[in-house]
Design a binder for this molecule. Structure first.
Ligand code: AVI
Length: 356
C-alpha cells in the first residue's frame, strides 16, 4: 500500500528534530570503557545502560590503514565530533537537503494511520536516538510502556531522557549506550512485551546494501511488533547533487571537518585548506558519494609515516544509498519482514516503511 501526501500539502516547517548522532557517530569523548552486563534499571541515575566496548587502539589502527591505502577512505563516523554534529544539524535545515523535512511531513500527515499500522507498542526502541526529538511526537500517540533510546552518545541520551521523564510519567524511559553500527546487541532485560523499532532519517542509506540487509536482519530479531524506518528515494541527479553539495557550503564544512577530527584522533597533519569537498550522485551505483579531493600534490604525516596524495586524489568519506520502493521492500523481505506498508510524499522523494 502506498499513501501519498496530497499534492496540495506544502513542505512542512523545518524539523529541528534530526538526531544529533546518526548511525555512525563516534566522538572520542563518547568512547567509554567496557562495562559489566546490562541489568534492568529503575533509579533515574541508572537510566542509561552502558554497553560501549570500543577498542580505541584498534579503531586508530584501522583509520591509519585506511588513510594510507589507495584508494584512501575514512569511515563516516569521523564526521561526528561536536562541531560535526552541529554541522549535521545545520545540514538538516538547508533548503537543498530535503530528506529531513520530507520525512517529517510524511510523519505529520500520516501519523494516525502509521500508528494504527504499528498497533500495540510495549517497548519503542529508538535506534540512533541522539537527542530523542524524533520520537517525541510518537510517544503521546503510541503510549508505550517503555521507551528505549539507543545511541553511541550516552551523555546526549542522559540529558534528553531527563527532560522527557516528567512529560511522559506513564512511560519508562531508558537509554542504551552502544555502537550499534558494528552490531545491534540489545540486552533482553531492556525489552518488554511487543517491541517496535524506530530507525528514521534514512541512516540505513549509509550502509552498503549487503550490510544494510544484515542490519535490518539484526533489527528483525528484536522486532516482535515491527520496524518503522525512513528511507531516501532514488531521484534526479540534480536534486541529489544539490542536497550533498549545498550552495552555502555547509556539507563541505561537514566533510572537511572530518580531517580536523582525524588530526585529534591520530597523529596526523591534514590541512583542510588543501582539500575540497566532492558530493555527487553515482547513478550506476544508486548512491551519493562524498569524497575529500586533494587540491594539490601534498605530503601528509600519518602516524609518523609520510603519505603523498597527488593532485585530485580522493579520500572516500561516505556513501548514502538511495532506494526505489521495490528495492527496499525486497531488502526488508530478505531481512525477514513479511508484511510491508509504505507512505510517501507527493513527489515520492522519501519513503516511510512499516515492516512486520
Ligand atoms: C546521516 N545520514 C543519513 C546523512 C545522509 O544523508 O546520508 C549524512 C549526510 N551526509 C551529508 N549530508 C548528510
Amino acid at each position: 500500500m502506498i499513501a501519498q501526501l496530497p499534492p496540495t500539502s506544502s513542505v512542512n516547517p523545518l524539523d529541528p528534530s534530526e538526531p544529533l548522532h546518526p548511525s555512525h557517530p563516534a566522538h572520542p569523548s563518547h568512547q567509554l570503557s567496557p562495562s559489566p552486563p546490562a541489568h534492568p534499571v529503575s533509579h533515574p541515575h541508572d537510566r542509561i545502560v552502558d554497553h560501549l566496548k570500543i577498542d580505541e587502539a584498534a579503531e586508530r589502527a584501522k583509520l591509519i590503514k585506511n588513510l594510507r591505502a589507495t584508494p584512501a577512505s575514512i569511515e563516516p563516523k569521523y564526521f561526528y565530533d561536536k562541531l560535526g554534529c552541529a554541522l549535521y544539524a545545520a545540514i538538516c535545515q538547508l533548503d537543498e537537503y530535503y530528506p529531513t523535512r520530507t520525512e517529517s511531513a510524511i510523519f505529520q500527515t500520516y501519523r494516525n494511520e502509521i500508528a494504527e499500522a504499528m498497533g500495540k507498542v510495549d517497548t519503542f526502541v529508538d535506534v540512533g536516538a541522539g537527542d530523542c526529538c524524533k520520537a517525541l511526537s510518537w510517544l503521546p500517540l503510541i503510549e508505550p510502556a517503555r521507551y528505549l533510546a539507543v545511541d553511541i552518545a550516552g551523555p546526549s541520551l542522559e540529558s534528553a531522557l531527563a527532560t522527557m521523564v516528567p512529560e511522559f510519567p506513564d512511560t519508562e524511559m531508558l537509554g542504551l549506550a552502544t555502537d550499534f553500527s558494528a552490531n545491534l546487541d540489545i540486552p533482553g532485560e531492556l525489552l518488554t512485551g511487543r517491541v517496535t523499532l524506530f530507525y528514521p532519517g534514512s541512516s540505513i542509506g549509509n550502509f552498503k546494501p549487503d550490510a544494510a540487509v544484515l542490519f535490518l536482519r539484526q533489527m528483525r530479531r528484536y522486532a516482535t511488533g515491527g520496524l518503522l524506518i525512513g528511507v531516501d528515494a532514488k531521484k534526479d541527479k540534480a536534486t541529489l547533487d544539490a542536497a550533498y553539495a549545498d550552495s552555502l557550503g555547509v556539507t563541505a564544512a561537514f566533510n572537511l571537518n572530518a580531517l580536523r577530527h582525524i588530526n585529534r584522533v591520530i597523529n596526523s597533519d591534514f590541512d583542510e585548506k588543501k582539500w575540497r569537498h566532492v558530493g555527487q550522485y553515482n547513478a550506476g551505483l544508486g548512491r551519493i558519494e562524498m569524497h575529500l579531493q586533494s587540491i594539490e600534490s601534498q605530503v601528509v604525516n600519518i602516524d609518523g609515516i609520510a603519505r603523498t596524495y597527488h593532485a585530485d586524489e580522493r579520500i572516500h568519506s561516505e556513501n548514502s544509498y538511495k532506494y526505489d520502493e521495490h528495492e527496499f521492500t525486497a531488502m526488508l523481505g530478505e531481512a525477514g519482514f513479511a508484511e510491508v506498508q509504505v507512505w510517501t510524499d507527493h513527489e515520492r522523494a522519501f519513503w516511510v516503511f512499516y515492516a512486520a
